[in-house]
Design a protein around this ligand. Structure first.
Ligand SMILES: Nc1nc2c(ncn2[C@@H]2O[C@H](COP(=O)(O)OP(=O)(O)OP(=O)(O)O)[C@@H](O)[C@H]2O)c(=O)[nH]1
Length: 248
């Protein structure tokens, strides 16, 4: 997995003496091939639509944003297009680990691609299985809504599927409308920001587990007990010598 550089333009300011680590929100985007996963992630994080994206092998994007008054780091993992075979595939292993890594999942299909829509149910099952006891928050995005003449999936079908899967539904166009894309991702981020931090770092919901891990690197390590022991013994020996010298 490649970490794409932080895309934020951070205002120039002196580094604080004791840096306070940001809360980290992790989102994984999954869906069929060519449905516009990369376009959506790039649109959300940079506001731009480039139109021609490299075939993706699992990139991780990161950006710092203000969310309800708090500075948070949003990490988005863009997964390769899922092609589910009946007996599963190595690709589903990749998608499974991407789901386990995440605090929330974005399921994407293209309104121009019926097969990508049919895949959603299977991908949702994968999320449920990988999520274990705690199902992460999930939203369903129907992308490429601008391609009216190529539409193969009605809005009602998407919204019905979302209700069945118990997740929020947004029909969007990465190419035409930033605000819809932002609305969808922002809703998910706000849901996560509201969640209380998980009790243990082994939890799938790692928003604050990551913060905890990062915080631990800021705490000075305890001194080596051997060193302290040596110092104590040295002091004892020294004071014994001083006592012997003064008693002569
Ligand atoms: N018209 C239109 N084209 C889009 C939209 N979103 C993405 N595309 C185009 O669809 C193609 C595939 O987009 P990608 O973002 O690469 O799709 P992907 O799901 O990441 O693809 P894989 O990683 O190969 O599975 C590109 O040519 C995009 O320009 C959209 O909302 N409208």
């Amino acid at each position: 997995m490649r970490l794409i550089q932080n895309m934020t333009t951070i205002a120039e300011c002196p580094a604080p003496e004791y840096p306070v680590p940001n809360r980290v929100i992790k989102i994984t985007v999954i869906g069929g091939c060519g449905v516009g996963k990369t376009a959506l992630v790039v649109r959300f994080l940079t506001r731009r639509f480039i139109g021609d994206y490299e075939r993706n092998a699992g990139n991780l994007y990161s950006r710092e944003v203000q969310l309800e008054g708090e500075q948070v780091t949003i990490q988005v993992q863009d997964t390769p297009g899922a092609e589910m075979t009946d007996n599963g595939s190595s690709l589903s292993d990749h998608v499974t680990s991407a789901i386990q890594w995440a605090d929330a999942v974005v399921l994407v299909y293209s309104v121009t691609d019926r097969h990508s829509f049919d895949l959603i149910d299977r991908l949702h099952q994968l999320v449920a299985r990988a999520g274990g006891a705690t199902m992460p928050p999930v939203i369903l995005l129907a992308n490429k809504a601008d391609l009216l003449h190529l539409r193969r999936v009605d809005t009602q079908q998407g919204s019905f599927l979302a209700r069945t899967l118990d997740c929020s539904f947004y029909e969007v166009s990465a190419s035409e409308d930033y605000s819809q894309v932002h609305r969808a991702f922002n809703w998910l981020c706000c849901q996560l920001a509201k969640q209380p931090p998980p009790a243990s770092s082994s939890s799938n919901n790692s928003a604050s587990a990551t913060t905890e891990k990062r915080r631990s690197t800021l705490i000075p390590r305890p001194k080596s007990p051997n060193m302290q022991d040596l110092k104590r013994r040295f002091k004892q020996a020294l004071s014994a010598k001083v006592r012997a010298a003064t008693s002569v």
